[in-house]
Ligand binder design. Structure first.
Ligand SMILES: [Zn+2]
Length: 412
């Protein structure tokens, strides 16, 4: 079955100038042609959808989300305030809403088990394509070690084999945990070499976790198993350890502006920066004084980091780090990237082509080109004029995932 979308202005994700009056021809789950409508042909029995007057983009990608997290409150994080089944239903709703806003791929940075991916693939629930980290690997005291701000461990004995323990100390244990995550369905390995804004007092953005030897073991084992490594690291020695060990992306990277040589190396080696600006907007107003103070202190560094990344050519991918701060519209990150200095075209690429590359999926996703999977969004309005149009549900008029129309909000 051939599906053709005609008449829209095409922004194909490659950075090329928008193509007015375009056509995208889809056969099964893949794009077989895209470009000016006049130059294209399709079979007479094709299903043609007229989307003139709108903008057509690649399906959007969030490179850092926590779809199964629903708040920073301790009772929520420890799974105490509602039955697991209720929380799962809540997560399923987030998956559906995320897809309906044009996000056809999400990299989950920890907390979502592989059952959700199976459920989406089997059509049991609607949702984006999922790239899963399963859990955050850290040493004792790191952010993967579930303790309260006062240092107490989770009081209930939760054992879910699909969300295995992620605390490891020493090179052998680290290798074992990487293998355990892969067994549980990890597509990417998530680790953390520093604290963050919301971690407990005493483990802040520049406090290190993991030795260089442990991180080298983690990266070597992950790569041997064909998994990229995404590393939560904000600043200081832990950030340097992560880069020395050869991680594939730095998540947050708030104090990278203090490491100009490291940033030059990131540009040279193609190590991604996923700044996740959205979560720090939330943390700047946190109820916890230590979280608020950290987020306010790092803000100017974070903006300087994004600008230096642009200058040096460090690749940037859009990620919200949503979950703890609820599940606002994922495109908020695109808005914040523009505020930090990206052009609207750059910010769109950070959520399409560049994000796909960050996930290692650039041959399948991220652009509207012949051979790619047909993940597409049709927007009422032009995000190059104002990226905020991506925040309005009624403007996300059509969402196509793998050639199938998932959402159709076009006026009847
Ligand atoms: Zn995160």
């Amino acid at each position: 079955m051939t599906l053709v979308l005609t008449g829209a202005t095409l922004i194909d994700g490659t950075g090329a100038a928008p193509v007015p009056d375009a056509a995208v021809v889809i056969d099964g789950e893949r794009i077989i042609a895209a470009g000016p409508r006049r130059g294209l042909a399709w079979p007479a029995d094709a299903q043609v959808m007229d989307v003139a007057g709108r903008t057509l983009l690649p399906g959007l990608i969030d490179a850092h989300d926590h779809l199964a997290s629903h708040g920073y409150g301790l009772a929520t994080r420890f799974g105490l305030d509602e039955p697991a089944s209720t929380a799962h239903m809540r997560t399923a709703r987030v998956l559906s809403e995320t897809l309906s806003m044009g996000y056809t791929t999400v990299r989950d940075a920890g907390g979502l088990d592989s059952g959700f991916k199976l459920a989406v693939e089997q059509g049991l629930i609607p949702g984006p394509r999922l790239v899963l980290a399963i859990q955050i690997i850290s040493p004792t005291g790191g952010i993967g070690d579930r303790v309260s701000p006062s240092g107490h461990g989770c009081c209930c004995a939760v054992f879910d084999p699909l969300l295995p323990n992620s605390v490891a100390n020493g090179v052998d244990a680290v290798r074992d945990v990487v293998r355990t995550m892969v067994r549980a369905g990890a597509d990417v390995i998530k680790t953390a070499t520093t604290g963050g804004a919301s971690s407990r007092p005493g483990h802040g953005p520049k406090d290190a976790a993991f030795s260089l030897e442990e991180m080298q073991a983690l990266v070597t084992e992950s790569h041997a198993l064909g998994r990229r490594v995404m590393c939560h690291a904000l600043g200081g020695p832990g950030l340097r350890t992560a880069l020395l060990a050869g991680v594939d992306s730095i998540e947050h990277g708030s104090y990278l502006d203090e490491e100009p040589e490291m940033m030059a190396q990131m540009a040279e080696r193609g190590v991604f920066l996923v700044p996740t600006l959205a979560v720090y907007v939330y943390h700047r107003e946190s109820q916890s004084p230590h979280v608020r103070a950290r987020a306010r202190e790092l803000h100017q560094h974070h903006v300087a980091t994004v600008q230096r990344a642009l200058d040096l050519g460090v690749p940037i991918a859009a990620g919200t780090d949503a979950g703890g701060h609820g599940h606002p519209k994922n495109a908020l990150e695109i808005v914040y990237l523009v505020e930090a200095g990206l052009t609207p075209m750059q910010a769109l690429r950070a959520a399409t082509q560049w994000a796909a590359k960050c996930l290692g999926l650039e041959r399948e996703l991220g652009t509207v080109e012949k051979g790619r999977l047909a993940d597409l969004v049709v927007v009422d309005g032009n995000p190059l004029d104002d990226v905020k149009v991506l925040l309005e549900p009624e403007r996300i008029q059509l969402v196509v995932k793998g050639g199938a129309v998932c959402v159709d909000r076009r006026p009847k």
